[in-house]
Design a protein around this ligand. Structure first.
Ligand code: HEM
Length: 143
């Protein structure tokens, strides 16, 4: 089924794009809450964002990404394949790092690092940059 942005993308890709941007905005909101010292709300919000992101990733992204392996080294030959491939590698790391961070902050306070502020900053920045990277993937494939 075609999407609603008027590009060549299927509906699922448009929905994934919107979902990731919505989650990105909630994550920025979660950061603002933390700046205002609402730490329990912040922690819960970031956990929700992180776990909710698995849905679009698993439904819309993992399948096409695994399909790229069939191309072998030809994946590096053109932007339409290398951009999503690299995005999958970077996005996978960003998602795992966010997952570690929210588990550490919500449920496993003794896990390293002892001072976690830098971890939260790095993982959120990395994750938000991946939202931008995913948009680049969308534009490369469908615009
Ligand atoms: C922080 C985590 C991630 C974010 C924020 C993110 C964001 C996005 C966005 C916004 C799109 C454009 C919508 C679409 O075309 O479906 C996209 C596409 C894509 N992503 Fe991700 N992504 C993440 C993780 C991953 C992971 C872990 C993989 C690989 C396993 C991956 C592989 C892909 C692929 C292959 C596409 C193109 C899908 C298609 O053919 O339509 N992404 N991503």
């Amino acid at each position: 089924m075609p999407g609603f942005f008027g590009t060549q993308a299927l509906l699922i890709a448009d929905l994934a794009l919107i979902a990731m941007w919505a989650l990105g905005l909630v994550a920025v909101g979660g950061w603002v809450v933390a700046r205002r010292r609402g730490f329990p709300t912040h922690c819960r919000l970031m956990a929700w964002v992180t776990f909710a992101a698995y849905l679009p990733i698993l439904v819309a992204m993992v399948g096409p990404w695994l399909g790229l392996f069939r191309l072998g080294s030809a994946v590096f030959a053109q932007p339409q394949t290398v951009v999503p491939f690299m995005h999958g590698v970077v996005g996978g790391l960003a998602q795992l790092l966010m997952t570690y961070t929210v588990v550490r902050m919500n449920w496993r306070r003794k896990w390293p690092p002892r001072r976690p502020l830098w971890l939260m900053r790095v993982s959120l920045l990395f994750w938000l940059l991946t939202v931008v990277g995913g948009t680049w993937v969308y534009l490369t494939l469908y615009a």
